[in-house]
Design a protein around this ligand. Structure first.
Ligand SMILES: NC(=O)C1=CN([C@@H]2O[C@H](COP(=O)(O)OP(=O)(O)OC[C@H]3O[C@@H](n4cnc5c(N)ncnc54)[C@H](O)[C@@H]3O)[C@@H](O)[C@H]2O)[C@@H](O)CC1
Ligand SMILES: [K+]
Length: 497
C-alpha cells in the first residue's frame, strides 16, 4: 500500500531527502527533469523534430522546465523555444542555477513581465512548467491571462508535475482556470486531486515517475489515502490448494434479478463463478429460470418463495441487490434478510436504495458488510454532495461510524474502511464504462467472501482484479469491454496474478 501525500507533505519529503541523502536540491531537480523526459519518450509524447514551447515560471516548477529544456537539447531536440513568465518577483535558487546553465546554449528564450503582450504560439507542443505544487491560490490577473492565452492556442500540452492552476489537493471547482493538460507527468506520487472526476476539467491522463524521494520518510507521513498496488493484491490472493473440493471454497448466495433485469443476476452469478466460489446459488424470480439454466448450468436456483423455507446457514456469504428492482416486496425481503443476518454480505444496487429509504436497517447490517454504491446511490444513502472530495470524506466518516466497508465506485474506486483509511484502486479504465460492470464486481466480492477472504481483503482484491481484467482486455485493443467479456477473463487474471 502506498500512501498518497498532500502538496505540503510532498515539499517536506523533498526537504527531508535533500537533508538526509547524498543529493543536493539542484541534482534532485536534474533527476526529475530526466525522469520527465524518459517517460515522455517512452510514451512517444515528444519527438525530436517537433517544435516545442517550454513555458516556465520562476519557482521550482519553472526550474524543472529549464532543466528539461537543456536535457532535451542535449538529447538532440533542436526546435526548442522557452518562455519565462516573470510575474512573481521571487526566483527560486534552483531556477536561477538552471537559468545560468541554459543561457549559454543556443536556445531562444523570451521573458515576459506583467505588462508584456503575449505572442501567438507557433509550436505544436507546450510543456507546462509555470506553476506546480507550489500553487497557493486560484489563478488571477496576469497569470489567469497567460493561461487563457495558452488554452486558446489549442495545442497539445504536457504538464510538469501538475497543470498550472490546478490545486494538488482540496476542492476542485469548475470556476478555477488551469492550463488544460493532455498528459501530466507527476513526481513520485499522483496528486490526490487526480483521482476525482472533477480533474477532467483540467487534465486528461497522468503518469507518475519515481524521482528517488526518501520512501521511508514518505511512508511515515500520516495520510487518509492509500494506493492499492499489484503487490497488495498478490499478497492477499490465495492459490487453490491440493486436495481441495467445491466445499473448500464456500457457497455464495445471490439475491438478484427481476423480470426485466434478469441480466444483472446472470452477470453477478457468472462473475461469482469465475472468481472461484465453490458453489453458487441464485435466488431469482421464476421467470429467469430458463435463462439461468441455459447460460450458467453450474449455478443453482432458488425461488423467492423458497428462500426463507430453508436454512440460510448453508451459505457462506451473500450478495443482495443487482437488478432487484424497486417494490414493496423487495423492501420486505430486505427486512426479512436483515432480521438475523449471520454471514458476510455485499449490498449493491437496489438493495442500497432500500437502505436509503429505511435507514434503520443500517444497524442490522453485520459489521464489515461491503456496500458498493456508485455516485448516485451513495448520495441517496448519505446525502447530496457537490464535490467528490466531500463525498469521499463522508464515505470515510460513515464507514468508521457504522463499521462498514464502503466501495465508492469511480474510475479510481475509493474503498473506505472502518479504521478510517481510504484505499484507492487504480486498475480499471473508461472502456469498462457500461452496464453490468457493477453486477460483475458484486459477484466477484461475494465469491471472495465465500472463499474465506476477510471483508477488507475481498474489497481490495475484488476491485483490483475487476479493473485489471478490464485493463488487460483494453490493452489488447478493445475500445469497449462488455461486462460478460470482462467476467470470462477474471479467472485468467487470477491465475496470472
Ligand atoms: N518533491 C518535490 O517537492 C520536488 C519538486 N519539484 C518541483 O517543484 C515544484 C514546486 O515548486 P515551488 O514550491 O517552487 O512552487 P511552484 O514552482 O509551483 O510555484 C512558484 C511560486 O508561485 C507562487 N504562486 C502560488 N500560487 C500562485 C498563484 N495563484 N498565482 C501566482 N503565483 C502563485 C508561490 O509563491 C510559489 O512558490 C513541483 O511542482 C515540482 O515541479 C522538483 O524540482 C523535484 C522535487
Ligand atoms: K506545471
Amino acid at each position: 500500500m502506498q500512501n498518497l501525500l498532500t502538496a505540503s507533505q510532498m515539499r517536506e519529503a523533498d526537504a527531508y531527502t535533500i537533508a538526509h541523502e547524498p543529493i543536493a536540491s539542484i541534482d534532485l531537480m536534474e533527476r526529475a527533469a530526466h525522469a520527465f523526459i524518459e517517460r515522455s519518450l517512452a510514451l512517444s509524447l515528444i519527438k525530436k523534430d517537433q517544435s516545442i514551447l517550454i513555458c516556465c515560471g520562476a519557482g521550482n516548477n519553472g526550474g524543472d522546465g529549464l532543466a528539461i529544456a537543456r536535457q532535451l537539447y542535449e538529447e538532440g531536440f533542436s526546435a526548442l523555444h522557452i518562455w519565462i513568465i516573470h510575474y512573481n518577483e521571487r526566483q527560486s535558487a534552483d531556477f536561477k542555477t538552471n537559468l545560468a546553465r541554459i543561457e549559454t546554449l543556443p536556445i531562444s528564450i523570451q521573458s515576459f513581465a506583467q505588462e508584456d503582450e503575449l505572442p501567438m504560439i507557433e509550436q505544436s507542443l507546450i510543456i507546462d512548467a509555470m506553476l506546480g505544487s507550489g500553487l497557493n491560490k486560484p489563478l488571477s490577473g496576469s497569470w489567469l491571462k497567460v493561461v487563457q492565452h495558452l488554452n486558446q492556442a489549442k495545442k497539445k500540452v504536457i504538464a510538469v508535475d501538475i497543470p498550472t492552476g490546478m490545486p494538488a489537493d482540496g476542492h476542485l471547482m469548475r470556476s478555477m482556470t488551469a492550463l488544460f493538460a493532455h498528459e501530466v507527468i507527476s513526481f513520485q506520487r499522483p496528486k490526490i486531486n487526480f483521482l476525482f472526476p472533477e480533474s477532467a476539467y483540467f487534465m486528461k491522463r497522468f503518469h507518475v515517475v519515481d524521482i528517488g524521494l526518501n520512501e521511508d520518510f514518505i511512508a511515515r507521513q500520516a495520510s487518509d489515502f492509500y494506493e492499492i498496488t499489484s503487490n497488495d493484491a498478490r499478497a492477499i490472493y490465495k492459490e487453490r490448494r491440493p486436495f481441495s473440493h467445491k466445499g473448500t471454497y464456500g457457497h455464495s448466495l445471490l439475491i438478484a434479478g427481476s423480470e426485466d433485469t434478469m441480466g444483472a443476476a446472470l452477470l453477478c452469478a457468472e462473475a461469482c463463478l469465475y472468481t472461484g466460489s465453490g458453489l453458487t446459488s441464485a435466488c431469482i424470480p421464476k421467470t429467469g429460470l430458463t435463462a439461468l439454466n441455459t447460460r450458467l448450468p453450474e449455478v443453482m436456483a432458488i425461488s423467492r418463495e423458497a428462500l426463507f423455507h430453508q436454512p440460510l446457514k448453508q451459505y457462506t456469504a451473500m450478495a443482495v441487490g443487482p437488478g432487484l428492482g424497486k417494490s414493496q416486496e423487495i423492501s420486505e425481503l430486505m427486512k426479512r434478510l436483515l432480521a438475523k443476518p449471520a454471514m458476510p454480505m455485499v449490498i449493491d444496487a437496489d438493495a442500497l436504495n432500500v437502505l436509503a429509504e429505511n435507514q434503520q436497517l443500517f444497524d442490522r447490517l453485520p459489521p464489515d458488510s461491503i456496500l458498493t454504491p456508485h455516485m448516485k446511490e451513495f448520495d441517496r444513502l448519505f446525502g447530496e454532495h457537490s464535490y467528490w472530495y466531500d463525498r469521499v470524506v463522508k464515505a470515510r466518516e460513515e464507514a468508521q461510524q457504522r463499521k462498514l466497508i464502503i466501495v465508492l465506485k469511480n474510475q479510481y474506486t475509493f474503498i473506505a474502511l472502518p479504521n478510517g483509511r481510504i484505499l484507492v484502486n487504480f486498475t480499471g479504465n473508461p472502456a469498462m464504462a457500461s452496464g453490468g460492470m457493477g453486477d460483475a464486481l458484486t459477484g466477484m466480492l461475494v465469491a471472495l467472501l465465500a472463499q474465506g477472504y476477510r471483508a477488507e481483503e475481498a474489497a481490495i482484491l475484488g476491485c483490483y482484479l475487476h479493473g485489471k481484467s478490464g485493463d488487460l482486455l483494453a490493452e489488447t485493443g478493445m475500445a469497449v469491454v462488455p461486462a460478460n467479456v470482462l467476467i470470462q477473463n477474471i479467472s485468467k487474471v487470477m491465475g496470472n496474478i
